[in-house]
Design a protein around this ligand. Structure first.
Ligand SMILES: *Cc1c(COP(=O)(O)O)cnc(C)c1O
Length: 462
């Protein structure tokens, strides 16, 4: 902790101080995350198999457990410079409101049109597709954060972008849909009649409003059926954590400028990409035995994969078309109750974070959404930024930890990831403001139904 340097409200890095490499935390893990499995053969997916669906360079990154640093290509750095480095903010106003001796910082990733950290990986994935000479990419989106980020990246590089958007969001959340179309993406409500799997689902369930699992299946089919197209995914995968390490590397560089060492680092966890990216360089130090930190993953109580899931191989998607990953999972058939943090409603968790959690290198807590919105509202009123519901899970736990410091008088330094803004989530805020928000926590039976569908094979006991 610095004694003589005044800490500003915002610690900005200069452009020339921006990281020029991504950091791969797997290189420092003694127990590596388990490989993706081919569900047909139950053997690890080979590069060749993966290259049918993903771009070559991204497959290399996905499978590389030993290279610690990857150069960020110049074209991607150029794009990053349009909205990065992102500020590390000292939450002086929140500290004052809480009357805590804790020092709170947040890394703000909402300063771009897509409104979240997802752009950090979208541009990387679009770049490698373009570099391979492909024509375009396909993906799915739920509420639309990932689709929006990808459409911006594709527009910049002149790549075709096809987004399968869950029909209920397509109809009820027109704003992100129109942002995507403004950036030139073709947005199709899913299920649609443009794919075989979509037609089959429509035939079996006429009038269905769709699901993320179904949109994934359609996007994968669309990539496989069009020459020069690949499928891209916005979270969960190793490659996405690698790209998101830019968040943690910038955070560390900013803290180092003022000799600040955090005690606790907190992030919300859906598929794990922002949290994995934020903690990566710090976790690397912990894994190498150089420093010690507490890391806390925050998930919604309605979709508690780390705190209530099992550590097993499971399908990454509801439609069971994707490979299997070893992760903390609630089961690919688990359907979380409606909650307002759409980006955190994934049944599984990144294999990297799952392994680190399993090895007790990281903690996890689950929080209920009314308490999350309470924290969001307090934060908005004192810090000015209207946070995304997803990000507000991290705010909740940062406040809780700061209040513990108030009791004990400890001056801990807390850093959390503020992944995005909530401007497109006003229906959720409306529910909260009207006192109509509820907290549904899955029962033992709900969870068991999900666990029952996890594939059973020798070695996959849980
Ligand atoms: C998608 C999203 C998340 C969750 O995704 P991770 O891969 O777990 O980081 C969190 N916050 C925002 C704003 C998002 O859009």
């Amino acid at each position: 902790m610095s004694l003589n340097k005044e800490i500003p409200y915002k610690i900005y890095l200069e452009e020339k101080e921006m990281p020029k490499q991504w950091y791969n935390v797997r290189a420092d893990m003694k127990t590596k995350p388990a490989p993706l499995l081919n569900p047909g053969t139950l053997k690890p997916m080979t590069a060749e198999e993966l290259e049918g669906v993903f771009c070559q360079e991204l497959v290399k990154q996905e499978l590389d457990d030993t290279t610690a640093y990857f150069d960020i290509p110049d074209e991607i750095l150029k794009f990053y410079k349009m909205y990065r480095p992102s500020p590390l903010v000292r939450a002086y106003c929140l500290e004052e409101k809480l009357q805590t001796p804790a020092k709170i910082y947040y890394k703000f990733e909402g300063n771009n049109t897509s409104g979240s950290h997802k752009l950090n990986s979208a541009i990387a994935q679009a770049y490698y597709a373009k570099n391979q000479g492909l024509k375009g990419v396909t993906t799915e989106t739920g509420a639309g954060q990932w689709g929006t980020a990808l459409s911006m990246a594709c527009a910049y590089l002149g790549l075709d972008c096809q987004v399968y958007m869950v029909k209920v969001s397509y109809e009820q959340k027109p704003f992100r849909r129109e942002v995507m179309r403004t950036y030139g993406a073709k947005v199709t409500p899913s299920p649609s009649d443009t794919t075989q799997v979509g037609r089959k689902i429509l035939e079996e369930n006429p009038g269905t409003t769709g699901s993320l699992g179904c949109a994934i299946s359609e996007a994968v089919e669309a990539a496989l059926n069009q020459e020069g197209y690949r499928y891209v995914l916005g979270s969960v995968l190793n490659q996405v954590l690698l790209h998101q390490s830019i968040i943690g590397l910038e955070t560390k560089a900013a803290l180092d400028k003022y000799d600040i060492t955090p005690d606790i680092i907190i992030g919300c966890a859906g598929g794990g990409s922002n949290l994995g990216g934020l903690i990566s360089p710090f976790m690397g130090e912990k894994l190498r035995g150089e420093k010690d930190y507490r890391f806390i993953a925050v998930e919604p109580a309605s979709c508690p994969s780390l705190t209530n899931g099992v550590f097993a191989y499971d399908f990454c998607d509801t439609g069971m078309v994707c490979p299997m990953a070893k992760m903390y999972t609630l089961g690919h058939a688990f359907i979380p109750s409606a909650n307002h943090a759409g980006g955190l409603r994934y049944h599984g968790m990144s294999s990297v974070l799952s392994q680190l959690y399993h090895d007790k290198m990281m903690e996890a807590v689950a929080v209920e959404q009314t308490s999350v919105f309470e924290a969001a509202e307090m934060f908005a009123r004192v810090e000015g930024i209207l946070p995304a519901p997803e990000s507000s899970h991290a705010i909740r736990v940062a406040i809780d930890e700061a209040m513990k410091c108030k009791e004990t008088g400890e001056e801990k330094t807390i850093v959390f990831g503020l992944t995005g803004t909530g401007y497109f989530d006003m229906v959720a805020y409306e529910k909260y403001n009207n006192g109509e928000m509820s907290d549904y926590i899955p029962t033992r039976e709900d969870l068991q139904r999900g666990f029952d569908k996890i594939p059973k094979f020798p070695g996959n006991e849980f």
